[in-house]
Design a protein. Structure first.
Length: 154
């Protein structure tokens, strides 16, 4: 079984949001992306859901939570601006099937750190909004990682 690291779905432009950025919600495309992400991940029997406290991350996991009947737990180690090493160390403690939703400044750093610790990355290094990293672990060691591209709509 794998762990899943999700980049939040589309949430509009930061420059066009006048309120507290932690409150910036998903836009219409992001809501649709979140539904597709829920369908894709639910097929892999997720066991626990963690999200950055930023509303766009919580909203990205809400369709999955509704589909599988699990709550979304907010965790500060998935928020923007965190020390990614702390996030990497925390990820090692999570159970198989854990799903995490985070941001574009955190995910590439986490993937790079896991790779430096021996994880083999296959395929394109994806970090666009709505992408999902599938992280394979054996025991305490992450051995493989690959990304699903974000859902696209015409």
């Amino acid at each position: 079984m794998s762990l899943f690291l999700v980049r939040h779905a589309k949430a509009g432009k930061r420059s066009q949001w006048d309120d507290d950025d932690t409150l910036r919600p998903l836009d219409d495309v992001g809501v649709r992306q979140a539904v597709v992400i829920a369908t894709e991940i639910s097929a892999h029997n997720p066991t626990v859901l963690y999200s950055s406290p930023f509303i766009r991350c919580v909203q990205t996991l809400e369709p999955l939570a509704a589909k599988i009947g699990l709550p979304v737990h907010q965790h500060d180690l998935l928020a923007e601006g965190v020390n990614f090493i702390d996030t990497v160390n925390w990820i090692h403690t999570l159970p198989e099937g854990a799903v995490m939703c985070s941001h574009g400044d955190v995910i590439p750093e986490v993937i790079d750190a896991l790779e430096r610790r021996g994880m083999e990355v296959s395929g394109f290094r994806e970090s666009r909004k709505g992408s999902v990293w599938v992280l394979d672990r054996r025991g305490d060691v992450f051995v493989g990682g690959h990304a699903w591209p974000p859902p696209r709509f015409n």
